[in-house]
Design a binder for this molecule. Sequence first.
Ligand code: PEP
Ligand code: MN
Length: 338
Amino acid sequence: MIVILRPDATEDQIQHILKKAEELGLKANISRGVERTVIGFIGPEDVLRVTPLEIFPGVEQVIPVLAPYRLVSREFKKENSVIKIKKGVEVGGQKISVMAGPCSIESYDSLLAVAKKVKAAGATILRGGAFKPRTSPYDFQGLEEEGLKYLKQVGEEVGIATITEVMDPRQVELIDRYVDIYQIGARNMQNFSLLKEVGATHKPVMLKRGLSATIKDWLMSAEYILAKGNFNVMLCERGIRTFETATRNTMDINAIPLVKQLSHLPVIADPSHGTGRWDLVASIAKASVAAGCDGLMIEVHGNPEEALSDGSQSLKPENFTTLMHELKAVAKAVGRDI
Ligand code: PEP
Ligand code: MN
């Protein structure tokens, strides 16, 4: 890191900083200008979280050189990570992966019908919530384990991989038995116990960006999972809270190419939660593909009017099929397949 000293820093203060840094195992490179002294330190920056140099007398500013999210960063791994979901299904390669299905699993028959349609249209992963994080405790909370059973059965019957949300560390083992990917929802992005628990498994995890999370917060949360040993992590941009109320969230398209620069992990875009409106989903899905996402998550329901959650942002299967056709041209234009 680089330490910029105050113009009035004394020689005693400089020597004190150098002594402390040496004790911490950092090598100093001091550059004395007419007005200012700047010290470049080489070594493990982590120690500065315990002993921050900012608090030393004479220090004006400390500029870290390395990203605080180490394992997640491009500095750590140059090539894109490709996450193997199951035989024949991977995320992060040249092909854009599409996850589609209802917000909530409502019945075996409705899930089966939608799964057949999304698979026929080109989706390779079926989504469906069994434990739902609802703002109101009086809203439909999901079918819980019964829903997980339907998801597993339908996944096997149709031949499609599956993803569902895990809301609590105590559900990790149960959900492990039923699905191929853990989804960590926006509201749980900083549930650190949950991040550690899924980090201790080898199952792929899709980590959604928190409602008000900065990109750094989001990548630090992913770091929790990798730090526990699970490198099978995908990041999902699902829109953030802003002053704008015309849409449910504001889809942060910027995040897609930016996170691709900062991290080697695949980036998924969720235009359903990003907009909250079914009539905007197709445009934002196309924009996300153009921006370089590695996958899409799209809510599809056989009859959105009757959906028990998120009907207003769910596509009808026929609209999803049309969108998948349209996305081919966009993907091709940016050198990808879908
Ligand atoms: C969902 O995918 O249905 C969901 C609840 O998403 P988010 O956590 O992004 O709100
Ligand atoms: Mn939803």
